[in-house]
Design a protein around this ligand. Structure first.
Ligand code: UD1
Length: 417
């Protein structure tokens, strides 16, 4: 079903469990290709991006099957070096297959990877880093051909800590000849999860959690069991949904240690937060308090993936909130739809908007155009009086297992898939 219907205006209340992380699961699934054996990936989220990745893995010879508690991947017979078109162009994270397949097979041919329509999303950092490891690239009819006679470890410095480029270097480096030193690596926790999975398979990686990784290449990797950590972005979506509606919720398994900037924002907006080994509890005031500025940054700063949802919550603030997006361009596409619901938002420059908080917004039909913007519209629907219909929900299902069920568990009146 491509639309979600929401009867809004009810503060979220109750408890919900947070699913496994999309951005951790996808590179780990790509990494299974580097092993000659079987891996069992527990808590793997059942989202359409994972389903697309499974199709790609099967295309190239892996045996993949769902069990109740996770995903079984057998990568003992990887035989195809050309990656199917459709799944790649729809999913940016298929890009990490580049590093993984160059590592496993020495070469790969793939379509230019897609993903959400947020900004240009160039891949120059990926290509330049892999070139330093001996990979040569050609482009023919929009297809990217990568090949390395000898994949060699290298000393690489990323000029910007790109999450995807860091993952590609790690994936290529674990099977390369010699050691790789990667400086300027991204600090996002999903990188740590990828490294821990690979270490479980026998890889040598030091410096996990820092901007300087030392990767020992050339070790033979076995498969491993691994539990995907909970999704900090999904947890943040529900938390900010609680702040926007003035509710009180407990987010079971929420990875609060990775959510400091988000919890800080929720506190500044008036929320009372309690964290424990079991998750995060938040109690929000009836109306969110205005904050001066929300600025997206690389980790541990406020995540760009929660900018649209924070924007939706800010719409009901008791004053002005400035929002600055510093990571991706075109991430304000949701503004137009929020305005149609009665939000007062001024676009001040391509990367800055000023939200003038209003007491209430109204449900209208709106359209999701990308993943996180879509989730933000659902949150806005929960905050709005009357009925909101969100269409284009296929984008939302790329990252949320069942956003309707989860919000229903929090007392919302939501129907859809
Ligand atoms: C990953 C996440 C995405 C998140 C983003 C930032 C996954 C599957 N996706 O995306 O959800 O929003 O991190 O936290 O994990 N850039 C370049 N050249 C490159 C690569 C990136 O200029 O070669 C720029 C991008 O245009 C963007 C910035 O760097 O402005 C951040 O991109 P990056 O960290 O690479 O994000 P992704 O890995 O694509």
């Amino acid at each position: 079903m491509d639309s979600i219907h929401i009867q809004g205006g009810i503060p979220l209340q109750g408890k919900v469990r947070v699913q496994g992380s999309k951005n951790a699961a996808l590179p780990i699934l790509a990494a299974t290709l580097l092993t000659g054996g079987s891996s069992f990936i527990k808590n793997c989220p059942r989202i359409t991006d994972v389903f697309a990745m499974i199709r790609l893995l099967k295309d190239i010879g892996c045996r993949v099957s769902w069990q109740e508690s996770g995903l079984h991947v057998d990568a003992s017979c990887v035989d195809c070096r050309e990656i199917g078109t459709e799944a790649v162009t729809g999913m940016r994270s298929s890009l990490c297959l580049l590093g993984a397949l160059v590592g496993r097979c020495g070469s790969v041919v793939m379509e230019h990877p897609g993903g959400c329509v947020i900004g240009e999303r160039p891949i120059d950092l990926h290509l330049e880093a892999l070139r330093q490891m001996g990979v040569q690239f050609r482009e023919e009819e929009g297809r990217l051909m990568a090949a390395a006679d000898r994949l060699c470890g290298a000393k690489i410095r990323l000029p910007f800590p790109s999450v995807g480029a860091t993952e590609n270097v790690i994936l290529a480096a674990v099977l390369a000849e010699g050691d790789t030193i990667l400086e300027g690596a991204a600090l996002e926790p999903e990188i740590g999860a990828l490294c821990r999975y690979l270490k479980g398979c026998g890889a040598g990686i030091e410096g996990i959690g820092t901007g300087r990784l030392l990767i020992q290449g050339g070790r033979k990797l076995s498969g491993a069991d691994f539990t995907v950590p909970a999704d900090r972005i999904v947890a943040g979506t529900y938390l900010l949904g609680c702040v926007g509606t003035g509710g009180s919720v407990f987010l079971e398994d929420a990875p609060w240690e990775e959510m400091k900037s988000v919890l800080e924002l929720a506190e500044h907006m008036g929320g009372k937060i309690c964290t424990s080994g079991e998750g995060v509890y938040v109690q929000a005031p009836r109306r969110p308090r205005a904050v001066e500025c929300i600025r997206t940054e690389t980790y541990p700063g406020f995540p760009t993936d929660l900018q649209s949802v924070a924007l939706a919550a800010a719409v009901r603030a008791d004053g002005d909130v400035m929002i600055r997006e510093t990571i991706f361009e075109n991430r304000f596409r949701v503004v137009e739809e929020l305005r149609r619901m009665g939000a007062q938002i001024q676009v001040q420059s391509p990367d800055t908007v000023l939200v003038r908080g209003v007491d209430g917004i109204c449900g209208v039909p709106v359209e999701a155009r990308e993943l996180r913007g879509g989730a933000a519209l659902v949150v806005a629907g929960l905050m709005a009086r009357g009925e909101t219909t969100v269409t284009g929900c296929r984008y939302i299902y790329r990252g949320y297992e069942n956003i309707c069920r989860d919000f229903r568990e929090l007392g919302a009146r939501v129907t859809g898939a």
